[in-house]
Design a protein around this ligand. Structure first.
Ligand code: MN
Ligand code: MN
Length: 266
C-alpha cells in the first residue's frame, strides 16, 4: 500500500520573537517516538512502528530567507504526491508556507488551530513572517474557509480586532468544554502549538503561558475529532527548555496520536 500520510520535519526557528530552539524539535520528536522507554502504539491500538500507510521523508532544511519563501513550492510538490502531510516544526511561522502549499494542491479547507496565542499580529517586530503572525497572513490571502482557534488565553485588543476583521472563530481557554464537538464541512488542517498545553505538562516551549490544557485534554480532543483531516503540524516544541525530556515525550506521544488521527480520518 502506498503511503497516505507523509511526514516532513522543518527544523527552522529564525522567525521566533523571543527564544530560539524549535529548530531542534523534529529530531527530538523522532527520538522520543523511537525511545525504548515506550512503544510505538497509538491509544487506538494501531501500531505506528511498521510504517503501514505512512512514511517519514526526513527534513526540509531551511537555511536562508529564500529557502523559507520556497517552502510553499516544496510543500506543494509533496501535497501533490501524498494525500496528507504531517509537518514537524519548527516555530509557528512555518504554518503559513505549509498552508499555502497544501492549498495550491487541494484548494481551500478549514483550519483547527490549537494554541495559547492567536498568532494574528498584523506586524510583529517588523517581521511579516513572524511566528506571531502566520494566521494573519493566511486569512489575508483567503486560503481557508474557516479558522477555528482553541486554547487561546492571550487575546489583546489588537488581536481581538484582527479576529473580528477576519471572522476568526475563537474558543478561549476560559470557555473550554471537554465535550465540545467540532463540525466542519469539507477538509480540515490541524495546527497544534505545544504551548497550548499547560507549561506544567509541557515546559519545553518558548512562551510559558499558564492555564492551558492538560496532556489528557489534548489527547481527548484529538480522539474526538471527526471529519476529513488532510494535513497537520506540530510546532513550537523547544528542546532547549526541556532538560528533563518530559516535553519531548509528550511531543512524541502527540506525534503518534496525530499520525493515527490522519490515518483514520479519510
Ligand atoms: Mn503559535
Ligand atoms: Mn503559542
Amino acid at each position: 500500500m502506498s503511503a497516505q500520510v507523509a511526514v516532513a520535519g522543518i527544523p527552522f526557528d529564525a522567525n521566533s520573537s523571543f527564544l530560539r530552539g524549535p529548530a531542534l524539535a523534529p529530531g527530538k520528536i523522532r527520538e522520543a517516538y523511537r525511545s525504548d522507554s515506550a512503544n510505538t502504539f497509538a491509544e487506538s491500538g494501531r501500531d505506528l512502528g511498521s510504517d503501514a500507510g505512512w512514511t517519514d521523508l526526513g527534513d526540509l532544511p531551511v537555511a536562508s530567507p529564500a529557502d523559507f519563501r520556497n517552502l510553499k513550492n516544496r510543500v506543494h510538490e509533496l501535497a501533490v504526491q501524498y494525500p496528507k502531510l504531517f509537518v514537524l516544526g519548527g516555530d509557528h511561522s512555518i504554518t503559513a508556507p505549509v498552508v499555502r502549499g497544501i492549498q495550491a494542491a487541494h484548494g481551500n479547507f478549514s483550519i483547527l488551530h490549537i494554541d495559547a496565542h492567536p498568532d494574528l499580529y498584523d506586524n510583529f517586530e517588523d517581521n511579516p513572517d513572524s511566528h506571531a503572525s502566520p494566521f494573519a497572513r493566511i486569512m489575508e490571502e483567503g486560503l481557508v474557509q474557516r479558522l477555528v482557534q482553541v486554547g487561546i488565553r492571550t487575546l489583546n485588543a489588537h488581536q481581538l480586532q484582527q479576529a473580528k476583521r477576519f471572522g476568526v472563530e475563537i474558543i478561549q481557554m476560559k470557555h473550554w468544554n471537554d465535550n465540545h464537538v467540532f463540525t466542519f464541512d469539507g477538509p480540515v488542517y490541524l495546527s497544534l502549538d505545544m504551548d497550548a498545553i499547560d507549561p506544567a505538562f509541557a515546559p519545553g516551549v518558548s512562551h510559558h503561558e499558564p492555564g492551558g490544557f492538560t496532556s489528557r485534554q489534548i489527547i481527548h480532543l484529538l480522539h474526538r475529532l471527526k471529519g476529513r483531516i488532510i494535513g497537520a503540524d506540530l510546532v513550537e516544541f523547544n528542546p532547549s527548555r526541556d532538560p528533563s525530556g518530559i516535553t519531548a515525550m509528550l511531543a512524541g506521544k502527540l506525534y503518534k496520536e496525530m499520525l493515527d488521527l490522519l490515518l483514520r480520518t479519510s
